[in-house]
Design a protein around this ligand. Structure first.
Ligand SMILES: [Mg+2]
Length: 188
């Protein structure tokens, strides 16, 4: 089974971006939501600010979310599973990101980490023939899931994740989307 994970706020806790955006007077929820969905517009200043942050060294020293290491280790133990990471991070933090993943998730192969630089994850999900995708950005999942009925999506509802600021209960249920409160729930 090809299982893919988002990185920020899925495997690692990335509240630095939210905090920096808020400190600059931006609405982090709006900016991040729009940044990750191509067809929504953010201002040039907001985009520049996000790219500045995404190139900061702190991005490469984030801590794993609760249970993330256990989940990846457990899935990696089965020969039928191949683990991929698909992140909206860009080339600026590519090496640092790979190092961070190696530190916390040593079973994930470097060549299985893909960077979309803010772009949609749709093409990579298709190209890699992903069966399961785990992501914290509910709006991105709501955009992808109807286009890929064969993919099983898990959306994390961590309260601290910036993308799920809006009540998750308000989402329309889709047959291939499951909302989980904890990463460990994807194992059951
Ligand atoms: Mg994320």
């Amino acid at each position: 089974m090809n299982i893919a994970f988002d990185i920020d706020d899925t495997l690692v806790n990335n509240d630095m971006v939210t905090k920096y955006l808020a400190a600059q007077g931006y609405d982090p929820y709006k900016v991040l939501r729009n940044f990750h969905i191509r067809n929504l517009k953010i201002t040039k200043a907001e985009a520049k600010y996000i790219h500045t942050m995404f190139s900061m060294d702190e991005m490469n020293h984030l801590k794993p979310n609760p249970n993330a290491q256990y989940v990846i280790e457990t899935l990696s133990q089965s020969d039928i599973n191949e683990i991929f990471l698909i992140t909206a991070r860009g080339e600026e933090v590519k090496d640092g990101t790979i190092n961070m993943i190696n530190d916390h998730f040593p079973t994930i192969l470097e060549e299985n980490i893909f960077f979309t630089a803010g772009g949609s994850k749709e093409d990579i999900l298709k190209e890699l023939e992903i069966d399961v995708f785990v992501e914290d950005n509910i709006e991105a999942v709501l955009e992808l899931a109807p286009k890929m009925p064969e993919v099983k999506f898990f959306v994390l509802s961590y309260s601290e994740t910036p993308h799920n600021h809006d009540p998750i209960a308000a989402m329309d249920p889709l047959p291939n989307v499951t909302v989980v409160e904890n990463l460990i729930d994807i194992l059951s």
